[in-house]
Design a protein around this ligand. Structure first.
Ligand SMILES: Nc1ncnc2c1ncn2[C@@H]1O[C@H](COP(=O)(O)OP(=O)(O)O)[C@@H](O)[C@H]1O
Ligand SMILES: [Mg+2]
Length: 350
């Protein structure tokens, strides 16, 4: 706590101000800092009482608010983004001190709220864009079929096929968006069921065999019979493995193999609980290193055009991540360019 005469601030006042976890600064009528609590010193670098406020708070709008209040104005509330010591956004309230002796500045850190808001805005923009492109294609083909291609049966067959694909894309996208929002809605509810992953994996592999066969790919499974059950939501775990195996098929080379290995592990990466590790490994082109940390972001793709061509929505791994969060599980991604990738899920046992 830094204080100075001018405004009389007692040691007890200092203690009280220092116990406030967010930055509080008091200035006198001469715009000199009379007191800056510990949080102000630490978070916004207002270090010296006795110094002009403008020397440590280099923010024109904040200083203008202080001027207005000192000139007899009402309490002002603004949002300020400070670059030093670290870039953070604060909601700042500037209130007059009694008797117009000065002003008090109270900072409330809203950085993470603003970041979350920005992510929502980006998400909606991305989702709308992703929905609009198949819709524009549909509208375009409807016009063509009503006009120039009206009497052309060959064109009609071809266009209807494309339209069916685009409608399928929209359907998948909407299904993915709905499952993301329902997963998010109960992300904090620990799933109660017991799931036999051996059975789950076998069922998922069965449903994906046609897709593998279409690319002349083999799916090989090594599932240890001693696999303990995991605590989980069976439908959501199906979604996890369906997404990973679908990706392995989509991004694996024609004629190559997908290997699925499930084994018990003595303990999870964090903590001491035993668990199960399931890896899905493909022989594809692999993923450049700097993309790996971002793959679970919504709509993040290494190659958007390729993903769309393969029928992807860019939401599969985001869904996987949210389901694993709910299950206290983990996803690790290893990849070697030109050789392939391995996605490993660990889940705590029941
Ligand atoms: N097995 C894999 N091999 C190579 N790249 C992959 C693999 N799995 C995922 N990716 C990359 O991660 C991106 C995001 O995956 P995902 O969320 O499932 O979306 P989608 O498959 O719909 O594009 C993909 O677009 C692709 O670039
Ligand atoms: Mg996918």
């Amino acid at each position: 706590m830094e204080t100075r005469a001018g405004l009389s601030i007692s040691p007890r006042d200092v203690e009280i101000l220092d116990s406030i976890p967010e930055p509080v600064v008091i200035v006198d009528r001469l715009r000199t800092v009379s007191a800056a609590n510990a949080a102000a010193v630490r978070d916004i670098g207002v270090a010296y009482a006795g110094r002009a406020l403008a020397l440590s708070l280099r923010h024109p709008a904040a200083l203008a608010a202080v001027e207005e209040v000192l000139a007899g104005g009402q309490t002002r509330s603004i949002e300020v983004t400070l670059r030093t010591p670290a870039a953070r956004t604060y909601s700042l309230v500037v209130a007059p001190l009694q008797g117009a002796a000065g002003a008090v500045l109270i900072f409330h850190d809203v950085t993470s709220e603003r970041r979350a808001q920005q992510m929502r805005v980006d998400f909606i923009a991305n989702a709308s864009h992703e929905l609009r492109s198949p819709l524009s294609a549909l509208v375009g083909f409807i016009e063509t079929l009503r006009g120039p291609a009206r009497d052309d049966p060959a064109a009609r067959t071809r266009f209807l096929e494309i339209m069916a694909n685009e409608a399928g894309r929209m359907t998948r996208l909407i299904e993915n968006l709905l499952s993301l929002s329902s997963i998010e809605a109960d992300e904090h509810v620990i799933p109660q069921g017991r799931v036999d992953l051996g059975q789950t994996l076998a069922a998922v592999v069965d449903t994906l065999l046609p897709a593998a066969t279409a690319k002349e790919m083999r799916i090989r499974t090594e599932i240890l019979v001693t696999l303990p059950p995991v605590a989980g939501d069976p439908d959501q775990l199906v979604q996890v493995f369906r997404n990973l195996i679908e990706n392995a098929i989509a991004y694996g080379r024609t004629g190559s193999e997908v290997l699925i290995v499930a084994r018990p592990i003595e303990r999870m990466q964090e903590g001491t609980r035993p668990g199960v590790a399931i890896s899905v490994q493909d022989e594809g082109d692999g993923i450049p290193r700097d993309h790996i940390p971002r793959l679970t972001e919504r709509f993040y793709r290494v190659d958007a055009a390729r993903s769309r061509k393969l029928g992807g929505t860019g939401l599969g791994l985001a869904i996987v991540k949210h389901i694993l969060n709910r299950h206290r599980g983990r996803l690790t991604i290893e990849s070697e360019l030109g050789r392939g990738s391995r996605f490993t899920v660990t889940l705590p046992s029941a």
